[in-house]
Design a protein around this ligand. Structure first.
Ligand code: SAH
Length: 238
């Protein structure tokens, strides 16, 4: 897939990064027999829908120049088997990634594989996004918050924005996206101290699936009442 990485992300994984991707695939397939981690198991699907998709969202961090600056602190909420956070931690040298999921068995799986992947810039915690967003050790501490396939877009905004420093960026990975959804989410983002920076549309390189990434900039401190209690962001979306 080297050519496609170069064409689409202007990036070439090193032999070490390729070996890490290969190990990640094997470890997930192996564990999938007991744990229900992913339905995506075919190698090409895994490459496209897990690896490529994870990195496309942070394309702006992948180029060689972007990797020279200060260390970037990231958090991935509802990471599941580690997406998009683990591929990002493999591809971006100067970052630390905190993986969060409410399901203990998924975080246990991640804790088990981190040493085998040789990743020492990753930490994993079992926690709800609504809780970590209220924890003073995490609130307003991150440069970038990633979130893929976790609830509605407005819930994603409520989970991510409280955790960002001012000036920080939330990357919300979506499939389809409509103009109406932009209008609905605008109000939620504003209440949370953010602004929509951009919305990018693209297609996956092998099967041409429709994808969107929303980039939300934190421009003001998030009011203390957010995130609301566990379950409320999905039950009563902003
Ligand atoms: N991001 C991964 C997994 C998506 S599945 C991927 O794209 O492949 C959604 C995951 O979010 C599940 O693992 C679920 O346990 C977790 N999740 C759902 N709501 C959550 C919440 N409020 N806080 C933390 N994790 C949550």
């Amino acid at each position: 897939m080297t050519d496609i990485w170069e064409e689409t992300l202007n990036w070439k994984p090193s032999p070490q990064q390729q070996a890490q991707f290969q190990s990640l695939y094997e470890l997930i397939i192996e564990a999938n027999r007991q744990l229900n981690l992913t339905r995506i198991t075919n190698p090409e699907d895994f490459w496209e829908k897990h690896l490529w998709d994870s990195l496309r969202g942070i394309k702006f961090l992948i180029s060689a120049e972007a990797q020279e600056g200060q260390e970037i602190s990231m958090i991935d909420l509802g990471t599941g088997a580690g997406f998009p956070g683990i591929p990002v931690a493999i591809a971006v040298n100067n970052c630390t990634v905190h993986l969060v999921d409410s399901t203990r068995k998924k975080i246990n799986f991640i804790d088990n594989i981190l040493p085998q992947l040789n990743l020492n810039n990753v930490k994993a915690t079992t926690c709800r996004a609504e809780e970590i967003g209220r924890d003073s050790q995490h609130r307003e501490m991150y440069d970038i918050a990633l979130i893929r396939a976790v609830g509605s877009a407005s819930a994603c905004a409520e989970y991510t924005l409280p955790l960002l420093k001012q000036g920080g960026l939330a990357v919300v990975y979506r499939g389809n996206w409509t103009e109406e959804e932009t209008i609905t989410i605008k109000n939620a983002v504003q209440q949370l101290g953010g602004a929509i920076k951009s919305i990018e549309q693209f297609n996956t390189p092998l099967t041409h699936g429709d994808r969107h990434c929303l980039y939300l900039r934190k421009i003001r401190s998030t009011p203390g009442k957010f995130p609301r209690a566990v379950g409320v962001p999905t039950q009563r979306p902003l």
